[in-house]
Design a protein around this ligand. Sequence first.
Ligand code: K1U
Ligand code: ZN
Length: 168
Amino acid sequence: MALLPILHYPDPRLKKVAKPVTHVDDRIRKLVKDMAETMYAAPGVGLAATQVDVHERVIVIDTSETKDQLRVFINPQVLTASPVKTLNEEGCLSVPDIYEKVTRPESVTIRALDEKGRAFEIEARGLLAVCIQHEIDHLNGKVFVDYLSMLKQSRIKNKMRKLERETA
Ligand code: K1U
Ligand code: ZN
């Protein structure tokens, strides 16, 4: 297993649209293991392959308190999204130390493949619903900051550039 470097906003590679996985093979299973290790170490509750500069449709999530309930979503599709929306505070491992409120559907149903290539469907609500939508956005080249006002986006970009200079 390996810890993978996480891209930081506003890196242009975070804007790439990830390609569907054509075969769930040992290469993808290794990627899933490395992504899970990276997510737990960060620590975070989710990670999309885009964030580790791999542009394939793979997500790992663990929203459990015990951190022992890893969920793997390969080629995730949103089947339904509730018309009811909620406002939730979001964070992102690619935008460290920034937390902002974003409006999203309260619940979603998702179809995806697991790490063995088996199709499954789940209905997600609460933090899982927020997290899966946030991670699917990453696969589509979108970061939660994109939902904020231009003023907030520009402030966050400046803060992140300053942070990069200080840690370079
Ligand atoms: O995509 C990511 O960068 C992961 C992100 C997922 C997420 C969290 C909350 C709302 C929306 C999406 C994170 O994991 S940010 C870190 C975080 O929320 C957290 C860290 C440690 C313990 C609990 C939560
Ligand atoms: Zn994120």
